[in-house]
Design a protein around this ligand. Structure first.
Ligand code: ADP
Length: 272
């Protein structure tokens, strides 16, 4: 598989001289879902901002779709990346859902006639077409994130970066957004990079990277990373109750499957 993002020997510090990265290298493969986990302050959001050119590295290089992330290529790089942030309220510019989705298209000089069907398709894809005339501020958290995602897929990026995009949602909203992204990833041939605290969100990824203090501690499949509660605890991550229970059951000789089981799956096994 080709790499769609390459981070080579990246170093970065904030103006207050707080060093976040010192020689970080990693790759994101085209078409994969990569989850980046790690405790608060490990550098996850900073990395996302560096990939999108919102921050400038002090050393090293980031390449996105074969383009260096630098001043000269910033526009082209940003066209490749769609970012969804934690707080859905900070992402709206339009007075209505429809106008909001139109905004990114207007920025790309898409004509009014071309815009209509794109907006419709994008809202359909996130199951929000019926809300097209609604005021974004009045929607639920999950609906707001759906609209934000519609605005992003309308401009057809190659890469979707979710920066704690589900962390302000209730468990149901969270689940809905995760399954929406799974569907979109297949339909739109997207590469997904999700930065998350939520182990259940990380569990659906193809690969997980664990960052600690700006360093890549581990990269592996969800089964390997999430079935290691000791490792997660050492990194200050919340190990889901069900996952701890599964670990204890395995220790007690109950034959649970080896892969990571989410809450529902553990309950199903217990009931059996
Ligand atoms: P994470 O997303 O993993 O929680 P961040 O990338 O937000 O981590 O932060 C990495 C480190 O950089 C932290 O120590 C944080 O305090 C620091 N940091 C983040 N933003 C700024 C900023 N604007 N100015 C100075 N330091 C910052």
């Amino acid at each position: 598989m080709t790499n769609i993002v390459t981070v080579s020997h990246l170093s970065f510090e904030y103006p207050d001289e707080h060093v976040v990265f010192n020689d970080l290298s990693l790759n994101v493969k085209q078409g994969e879902w990569l989850a980046i986990i790690g405790q608060n302050g490990s550098g996850k959001s900073t990395l996302a901002k560096l990939m999108d050119g919102l921050l400038e590295p002090a050393g090293g290089q980031i390449m996105v779709s074969g383009l260096p992330v630098d001043e000269e290529h910033l526009g082209a790089v940003r066209n490749q990346i769609g970012m969804v942030f934690q707080n859905p309220d900070n992402q709206f510019v339009g007075a209505t859902v429809e106008e909001d989705v139109a905004f990114g298209l207007e920025n790309r000089q898409v004509s009014r006639e071309q815009m209509g069907p794109i907006i419709e398709d994008s809202l359909k894809a996130v199951n929000m077409l019926d809300f097209r005339e609604r005021i974004p501020a009045n929607l639920s958290g999950g609906q707001k994130q759906r609209v934000a995602i519609a605005g992003i897929i309308a401009v057809r990026p190659q890469i979707l970066i979710l920066d704690e995009a589900t962390s302000m949602l209730d468990p149901r909203g969270r689940k809905e957004i995760i399954s929406l992204i799974q569907t979109l990833k297949q339909q739109e041939d997207l590469t997904v990079i999700s930065i998350t605290h939520d182990i259940n969100e990380a569990a659906v990824a193809d690969r997980i990277m664990l960052l600690n203090n700006g360093q890549l501690v581990l990269e592996d499949t969800p089964d390997k990373v999430l079935n290691n509660p000791e490792l997660l605890k050492n990194d200050g991550l919340d190990v889901p109750f069900a996952s701890q229970l599964a670990e204890q059951l395995r220790k007690a000789g109950v034959s649970l499957p080896d892969q990571y089981l989410n809450d529902e799956e553990v309950i199903k096994w217990l009931v059996k």
